[in-house]
Design a protein around this ligand. Structure first.
Ligand code: G3P
Length: 219
């Protein structure tokens, strides 16, 4: 399973990249706003700065919600760097835009997926990735992980090339369950990735090893 980091914060992206396990980055307008990035030129410069840190696959979301606007913005975003994946919302004009970008060889990530029907539509339109939001479904008492399983199953039935990018991941168990289910990618905050490191038996085991070594060495 590929690991993407879900942030527009450059130092968090650098930290995840330095750990050696990062395959890409996802952003959205809320995450860009959180970093205080506004204005077309600043937004483009920030995406470029992200692309300069990682090896590939930086999702950059369009703001337009009409077909022409999404095409115009998506083309501008794609020009920033070959690593850009244009993020398109799951709406009627978005589905049409996915088809257009597929024909142009521009990679897309269809976002705000909350049902397997939406995921099926995005795959048929040629999305490179679909982003089902696990945490936001869990928030309203639907089973986000069950949706990941349904989409993996449907795509497997027909050999769709669209990758299942599990998003809105809130904790390490979401991430681990996504790996069990067979999601292609999981995008999560830095703390979820580093959370995988933690186990009390690792900490106590290491402390014991070091203490035994020091004792044997007469320290
Ligand atoms: O990738 C989508 C993600 O940013 C949404 O996460 O935690 O805002 O539901 P969250």
């Amino acid at each position: 399973m590929k690991f993407f980091i879900d942030t527009a914060n450059l130092s968090e992206i650098r930290e995840a990249y330095d750990l050696g396990v990062l395959d890409g980055v996802t952003t959205n307008p809320s995450l860009m706003a959180k970093e205080g990035i506004t204005g077309d030129e600043n937004v483009k410069a920030h995406y470029k700065a992200i692309c300069d840190i990682v090896d590939d696959k930086v999702s950059a979301e369009v703001i337009a919600t009409d077909y022409e606007g999404m095409i115009r913005e998506g083309k501008e975003l794609a020009k920033i760097d070959d690593k850009i994946v244009v993020k398109i919302p799951m709406i009627r004009d978005g589905v049409k835009a996915l088809k257009y970008f597929k024909s142009e060889g521009i990679r897309t990530n269809c976002t705000l997926i909350f049902s397997s029907g939406q995921a099926l539509l995005a795959a048929k339109a040629g999305a490179s990735y679909v982003s089902p939001f696990i945490g936001r479904l869990d928030d309203i008492s639907y089973d986000g992980l069950e949706l990941i399983g349904q989409i993996v199953h449907i795509y497997g039935n027909y050999g769709y090339e669209t990758e299942v990018l599990a998003a809105s991941i809130r904790h390490t168990m979401h991430l681990i369950k996504c790996a069990e289910i067979g999601a292609d990618v999981a995008t999560c905050p830095l703390k979820v990735i580093t959370g995988l490191l933690k186990h009390p038996l690792t900490d106590s085991g290491l402390a014991q090893f070091l203490a035994d070594h020091a004792k044997a060495a007469g320290k």
